[in-house]
Design a protein around this ligand. Sequence first.
Ligand code: MN3
Length: 243
Amino acid sequence: MFKPSLLLALMLTVGAVHAQSTKPAEPAAASSATTAAKQTFQQPALPYASNALEPVIDMATMELHYGKHHKAYYDNLNKEAADNSKLAAQSLPQLMKSISRYPAVVRNNAGGAWNHDFFWATMAPAEQRGEPSAALLKRIETDFGSLDKMKEAFNTAGTKQFGSGWAWVIVKGGKLVVSSTPNQDNPLMDVAEVKGTPILGNDVWEHAYYLKYNNRRGDYLKEWWKVVNWNEVNKRFDEAVKK
Ligand code: MN3
C-alpha cells in the first residue's frame, strides 16, 4: 500500500544523490567543451559504424584505434598548436610538405592525424566498396603486371616494414609505386624517402591488428584488401594523375 510512495521517495533520493554526484563533473565538462572549441585540428567522424568492417576489422580494434589512438594524435597535435600560431595556421597537407621544420612531436602527431583520416576513408562497408576503375586497372597492369601482383608487392612492403609504420601505393610521376614509411611518416612528407601522392595506405602498427590477428601481420594485410574502398581509391588516382 505504501510501496508507490516509498518508491517515489527512493527515486527522488537517488535522483538527488545523482544530481549531487554529477555536480563536481560540471566544471570539468564545461572546460573540456571550451578546449574542444579551441581545437585547431578536428578529428573527423569515422565514416561508418565501428562494426561496419567486421569481420576483417573487429569492432573492439576499431573503437580503440579510432577512439583512443587516432584521437590521441589529434589531442597531442592540438597541444602543440595551442602555443604555436604558425603551426595552428597550417592545414595537415601543408604541414606534411614542410614537416622537417617541426620537432618530432609534431611530425609524429600530425602524421598520425593525417594518416588515419586517409586510412578510414580508404575502407568502406560492403555495399560501398566498388571495384578498381578501368583507368586504374590499366595503370596497375602497366606498372605491376596485375592487381594481384600489386597486392603482393604492397603486402610485402607492409610485412617487411620493421616495427611500426605504413604501406602505401602512391602516384609518382604518373606511375604507381609501392612504398612504406616508419612510424607515422607518409609519402607527402618532405622527409619521406619515397615521395608521392598516396592513393592507398594500410596501417601496420600492432594496434591496427593485434587483438584479432595477434602477431600474424601477413594475414591482416591479406584480409585487409576485402574492405578497400575502391570508389575512393579511383577518385584519388584520377586526381593524382591530373597533377
Ligand atoms: Mn593506427
